[in-house]
Design a protein around this ligand. Structure first.
Ligand code: ADP
Length: 247
């Protein structure tokens, strides 16, 4: 029995260090790709493209995009390490989720408009208070709404719904973000909140994704002693729900 315990601890440790190595390898790769592009274009601008204003503008636009990608990645990495470090301390300031969702949808309105999408709020016409960290909850719903817009169909209606619920931790509030996108194959669901896990890496990068959005969501929700749930039907859409205990 003893030996078995020691063995299990050891394999947990091996697993953790393997995950750490994978993470560092992933980060390095994600940073190297835009960096290589930037260095290549700097060389081109110093040489062949020096006298060609059209090429220069085009290359500068690519360089701006690649620097933006690096900046987002570094921001998400910092955010993730911050939430991981604080995970054991449950935040306790009263936060009104109705105000949070109004802030999030307000900030993402330009993005929705540029995609011809509409955002519909339901059940937010009353105060919805949970103990929490307001900035982090803004981050959670920003990531979920952004994903719904990014991976949803053009011209879709993105539904945001608030409902009361009885959880095993007592009264809770459920916020659901439902898109009319392509849906998610069930085989991906268990791994979706892993850092850098993407169903279609090319598509995610093209849309400016870092692959860290749902990992950040998961950690913040855990810190709030809540649950993240996903229901998805291929070809119909996905609904991400966050359930937050009120007590
Ligand atoms: P990313 O920065 O790639 O969007 P996330 O961690 O936010 O990273 O999401 C991980 C992956 O989950 C995405 O690359 C995408 O494949 C998938 N995904 C997330 N949200 C949705 C959604 N609403 N519909 C379909 N796929 C989604």
């Amino acid at each position: 029995q003893m030996a078995l315990c020691v063995f299990r601890d050891l394999s947990d440790e091996v697993l953790a260090s393997q995950m750490r190595r994978d993470f560092v390898a992933n980060v390095s790769h994600e940073l190297r790709t835009p960096l290589t592009a930037l260095m290549g274009f700097i060389e081109t601008l110093r040489g062949a493209a020096k006298e060609d204003p059209v090429a220069r503008e085009r290359f500068l636009a690519i360089m701006a995009r690649e620097s933006g990608r690096m900046e987002r990645l570094v921001q998400d990495l910092l955010q993730l390490s911050r939430v991981e470090a604080e995970e054991r301390v449950r935040p306790s300031t009263p936060v009104d989720l109705a105000a949070v969702l109004r802030q999030v949808t307000g900030a993402l309105k330009p993005m929705a408009e540029s995609l011809g999408a509409e955002m519909e709020l339901e059940g937010f016409d009353r105060p919805l208070t949970v103990p929490g960290d307001s900035d982090q909850l803004v981050q959670v719903f920003t990531n979920l709404v952004e994903n719904g817009l990014k991976y949803g169909a053009a011209g879709q209606v993105l539904r945001l719904r608030a409902t009361a619920e009885n959880s095993i931790r007592g009264p809770a509030l459920r916020i659901t973000v439902s898109d009319q996108g392509e849906g998610i194959d069930p085989i991906h669901i268990p791994r979706l909140t892993e850092r850098f896990y993407r169903i279609d890496g090319h598509r995610s990068r093209e849309k400016g994704g870092t692959g860290l959005g749902l990992a950040i969501v998961k950690h913040i929700v855990q810190r709030h002693r809540g649950w993240l749930k996903l229901e998805s039907v291929k070809g119909v859409g996905s609904s991400f729900s966050v359930i937050l205990p009120q007590g």
